[in-house]
Design a protein around this ligand. Structure first.
Ligand code: SF4
Length: 338
């Protein structure tokens, strides 16, 4: 990937930064962690006590966590059910065999065939056998001089691509000689920052596995903290909700779902908390998932959304769509008489 200049962070006065930080803190305080976890695939990793199982479940499940929560949830439940029968996700992937592949082949999610998911499981198992833990691959790819986790993620995914190719041969799935010749459903597990992808699912897994666990009664305390990378180097998992809300908050002016946009939003978030830029990510993503903000990404700021939506939203005072709506609906002060 060509070297790019550092992305522009959230611009504006200290007062504006304070307004955005206060709005994010209020958003986090309003969310019920237990309720939101019921809508978040992180729950499948947190369900295990052993860190090895948490890691395996996090990486396996994050790869399938796209689209509607209700659509991918049953697939993840089936995978974790099979893992439980086989001694937990880490042991299951480590010993992934033909019988396991046959069970997984019965699944399907959107354009991912069961065979793609089985090859993905097999490749993760091979990585565990060769490297002990998946985190070892990320940690080996990181250098202190790296601005973010991009190069470490490239290293992990490049290794997994080679293992996926080998696993597709081992499972008897054709004669591909290059990663680009593998089925699209399998390749979709393995995007890289080097190719410009925002790598939303990988960035989400990195957040879960790098951010330290905190108070589980808070939505910013739910992550697992198993991989030894600095949380300051994480990049925001850029899905449609986070992209839309980040634009509303002025964290970016970009509209594409690229790695570059994810970096720019992260740079803005780092101005709110340099040591932990993804502190507000769970809250922001769940404002979108919950459907509380129904304003579209293409909303014209000159055409205000229904006042009631923004009045009930904690981001209102910091939102470039919501704040003008709220100002316009505020009762006017009457001029003194007499
Ligand atoms: S203030 Fe309004 S437009 Fe902005 S995020 Fe909240 S609901 Fe959406």
């Amino acid at each position: 990937m060509p070297a790019l200049p550092p992305p522009a962070p959230l611009s504006g006065s200290p007062a504006r930064l304070r307004r955005v930080r206060t709005a994010m803190e209020e958003l986090g305080a309003q969310l019920d962690p237990a309720e939101r976890l019921g809508q978040d695939p992180l729950a499948f990793a947190r369900a295990w006590a052993d860190p090895a199982d948490q890691e395996a479940a996090a990486v396996l499940c994050s790869g399938l966590s796209y689209g509607r929560v209700a659509a991918f949830w049953p697939v993840l439940r089936t995978l974790m059910g099979r893992a439980a029968e086989r001694g937990g996700p880490a042991a299951w992937l480590h010993a992934f065999d033909r019988d396991d592949a046959r069970v997984v082949e019965g699944l399907r999610y959107r354009f991912m065939e069961g065979a793609d998911i089985a090859t993905w499981c097999g490749a993760l198992g091979a990585a565990l056998r060769q490297h002990g833990r998946l985190g070892a691959l990320v940690e080996a790819g990181h250098r202190p001089e790296h601005a973010d986790v991009g190069p470490a993620l490239d290293h992990l995914v490049t290794t997994l691509r080679a293992l996926a190719l080998a696993e597709s041969h081992r499972q008897g799935r054709g004669r591909a000689t290059r990663f680009s010749e593998l089925p699209a459903g399998l390749r979709y597990f393995l995007p890289r920052p080097a190719d410009g992808s925002a790598c939303k699912r990988w960035c989400m897994a990195l957040r879960w596995l790098v951010r330290r666990p905190g108070d589980p009664r808070r939505v910013d305390g739910l992550d697992l903290g198993l991989w030894a990378l600095p949380p300051a180097k994480l990049v925001v998992p850029l899905d449609t909700h986070v992209a839309r809300l980040s634009w509303f908050l002025g964290l970016t002016d970009r509209r594409d779902g690229s790695w570059r946009t994810a970096q720019e939003i992260t740079a803005g978030l780092a101005r709110l908390d340099p040591a932990d830029p993804l502190r507000f990510d769970f809250a922001l993503a769940h404002l979108g998932i919950s459907g509380r903000c129904t304003v579209r990404a293409t909303a014209d700021p000159a055409v205000p959304p229904p006042r009631e939506i923004c009045q009930a939203c904690p981001l209102g005072p910091a939102c470039r769509v919501g704040a003008p709506t709220l100002r316009a609906s505020a009762p006017r002060r009457r001029a003194p008489t007499g």
